[in-house]
Ligand binder design. Structure first.
Ligand SMILES: [Fe+2]
Length: 298
């Protein structure tokens, strides 16, 4: 039933510490499921697979959203879920080419994107509250919904955001020392959990992770997207399935918190093409393994 669906929302503080916020599932799988919302007229299929939606130099407040997609047991992360997001620009207008993108959840079900805070636009005589549109899908199950922000004065007069169903989709935003906004939007899909060793690993949304290696399979070159909750020294190492390091993409580079993207080439440390097969990209933070992701080289 739609009326008893809920979303767990978490606050990511400026220091990177996360705290539980709002409702937590008590019992039964339906208690946690994220509610749906209207699609609206501005969805476009085929959005680019990028994690930074706003064009360089675009006006607006930089906003970083992280979250985890979970299965209907409310605790098993859903890897490889497609998270399709679109939103208005700073002036409240939708653009065909910008402010939309597709990211995929990593092995821990986590995703991240960076953009600007959506502007408000008129719906009749009233402004709609700021919001992100989401289409989230995995294993044939899809959810269309919207995410709003705490303190938005347009929420009480908006027929969709003011619905009790939307209450758990109104997330807090916190501001960091650079003036960037951070929010956490976890999504609970009505999909059966895949027990693959990912369950209840005790991760938290402020953990660094590799979001994406694209394309996968990779032929000549691709890119890797990494999220760090705070500034740190990061390394990206490439291993074959025998555990042998074959290349390093990033070596102990001091980077800021947020989303980062690097190019990755189909070559070993000697510049020679890799043997086709499965490889493991390992993220090290401050010298310690933090996450890894498998991808295929063809
Ligand atoms: Fe909208």
């Amino acid at each position: 039933m739609k009326s008893n669906r809920r979303t767990i929302l978490k606050l990511l503080s400026a220091s990177g510490a996360a705290s539980l916020f709002g409702f937590k599932a008590l019992s039964g799988q339906a208690q946690c499921l994220t509610t749906d919302d209207i699609l609206g007229p501005f969805y476009l299929p085929g959005a680019p697979e990028i994690a930074q939606f706003a064009p360089d130099g675009a006006p607006g407040t930089t906003t970083l959203i992280t979250g985890t997609v979970y299965a209907n047991d409310c605790e098993t992360p859903a890897p490889n879920a497609k998270v399709d997001v679109w939103h208005a620009n700073d002036s409240g207008g939708y653009e065909d080419e910008n402010y939309r993108g597709v990211v995929y959840t990593g092995d821990n079900g986590q995703y991240a994107f960076q953009t600007i805070l959506p502007g408000k636009y008129l719906n009749g005589a009233q402004f709609r509250p700021r919001h992100f549109h989401y289409k989230v899908s995995v294993m044939g199950v899809a959810l269309t919904t919207q995410v709003y922000f705490e303190g938005d004065t347009s929420i009480p007069i908006d027929p969709w955001a003011s619905s009790p169903d939307a209450a758990e989709r109104i997330i807090p935003l916190s501001e960091d020392q650079q003036g960037r906004l951070h929010g956490v939007a976890d999504i609970y899909l009505d999909v059966e959990p895949i027990i693959n060793g990912q369950k209840s690993q005790g991760f938290s949304p402020n953990r660094p992770f590799i979001q994406h290696v694209i394309p996968n399979p990779m032929s000549t070159e691709g890119k890797v997207q990494v999220f760090l909750p705070e500034a740190a020294s990061a390394s990206l190492l490439l291993f074959n399935l025998h555990g042998k390091a074959v290349n390093s993409i990033v070596q102990a580079q001091q980077i800021s918190g947020g989303l980062h993207q690097w190019s990755i080439r189909n070559e070993n440390q000697h510049g020679l093409r890799l043997q086709p097969g499965i490889y493991i990209l390992q993220l090290q933070v401050n010298g310690r393994p933090a996450d890894s992701k498998r991808f295929i080289v063809v």
